[in-house]
Design a protein around this ligand. Structure first.
Ligand code: KG4
Ligand code: ZN
Length: 342
């Protein structure tokens, strides 16, 4: 089935048309058209995403992307004829930004008489590894799987029995890991968007220079906590004003990712996982990809992580999450809530 998906949960406006088939047992996605526009430059002076500016920009950008994708007149009509489902992010995300997308999607759904289904943003991230055209995937070799979802708002560890059955093993009790990267970058006065800047600066530093805490590393659960680590960095910089920022960045990155890697690997062993899935904005970190990837390889498991195009917020992943929601709630293809809690 052909799906039009829309994502506006944060500062990226994105529209995708994708073909989905195979159901839960052998899902296959083919992204046919993919448009994305980022508002990063506009939020830069504020050092973070301003919800109302994000909303205003989504309202401005959605019709522009729509025209680019659908054209006008007969071309537009022909395109709609092929579409059988629409998917829209309903959360989690910035409320005003989400509503800009939801209102736009609702109007299109009404005008063109197409069913509209809601999708959870984090579920979108979870499925983004399925969008890579070059990678083939065999469910028998993947499940059970442990999934690590790491973004600016979430740090979640899931145990997946198969593609439609999972349970949450743990999550952060305070800040998300991406949020900690952003805050530490601000302490170090690095430019916005700051998460990737930590990784860049870390390459020049010694990651064992400072012994930052590894919160909850030895706790017998799969929860995380990042607020204490961020505060340690703050106090360290206050008490050591001449510290080398690259050493601070590298030591922080080492501490923050070690907890993710150790807990994900521990869960994988405990539940005899055949693979580890990693997704979300923080999964863009090459440092984390390489470190976790090599641990996964040592255990002869499969490491599933999306290519860079679909790792950042995008509509194609929302199309995948929408497809699975559609399969689950076939008789009620209305705004539906995802399983990770909106
Ligand atoms: O998934 P995402 O694009 O948006 C949310 O859904 O939150 O994730 C954004 C987060 C930000 O906190 C950003 O700092 C972080 O991903 N991030 C990184 C890297 N690139 C992006 N964190 C660490 N290292 C990176 N290279
Ligand atoms: Zn995201």
């Amino acid at each position: 089935m052909r799906i039009l998906a829309i994502e506006t949960s944060c500062d990226e406006t994105s529209l995708s048309i994708l073909e989905a088939k195979g159901g839960f047992s052998a899902p296959k996605f083919k992204v046919l058209k993919h448009l994305i526009t980022s508002q990063i430059k506009l939020h830069e002076p504020f050092g973070g995403v301003v919800p109302n500016i994000a909303k205003r920009e989504h309202i401005k950008n959605l019709p522009i992307l729509y025209r680019e994708m659908f054209g006008e007149g007969t071309k537009e009509k022909a395109e709609w004829k092929k579409i059988s489902l629409m998917a829209i992010t309903v959360g989690p995300g910035l409320e005003p930004a989400l509503w800009a997308g939801i209102e736009f999607a609702k109007k299109l759904s009404k005008d063109w008489k197409k069913p509209l289904i809601g999708a959870n943003h984090m579920e979108g991230h979870l499925w983004s590894f399925l969008l890579d055209p070059k990678k083939k995937y065999d469910a028998k070799k993947v499940f059970p799987s442990v999934a690590l979802l790491v973004s600016g708002g979430h740090t979640i560890l899931l145990l997946m029995k198969d593609i439609k059955t999972w349970k949450k093993l743990g999550e952060t009790r305070d800040d998300a890991v991406g949020e900690a990267f952003d805050k530490v970058a601000r302490i170090l006065k690095l430019p916005y968007p700051s998460g990737p800047q930590i990784e860049k600066l870390s390459r020049e530093g010694n990651e064992n220079a400072i012994e930052f805490p590894r919160p909850m590393l030895h706790d017998k659960n799969y929860d995380f906590s990042y607020s204490g680590l961020k505060t340690s960095v703050l106090y360290y910089c206050r008490d050591n004003p001449s510290a080398n920022p690259a050493d601070v960045a590298a030591s922080f990155q080492n501490a923050a990712t070690e907890v993710l890697i150790k807990k994900a690997m521990r869960a994988a062993k405990e539940f005899k996982a055949k693979s580890i899935i990693m997704a979300g904005g923080v999964a863009a970190s090459m440092y984390l990809r390489e470190k976790l990837g090599s641990e996964v390889k040592k255990e002869k498991m499969i490491f599933l992580v999306p290519g860079f195009t679909f790792n950042t917020d995008n509509a194609a992943m929302i199309g995948a999450a929408g497809y699975f929601n559609y399969l689950r709630k076939k008789k009620r293809p209305l705004i539906a809530r995802g399983d990770l809690g909106v």
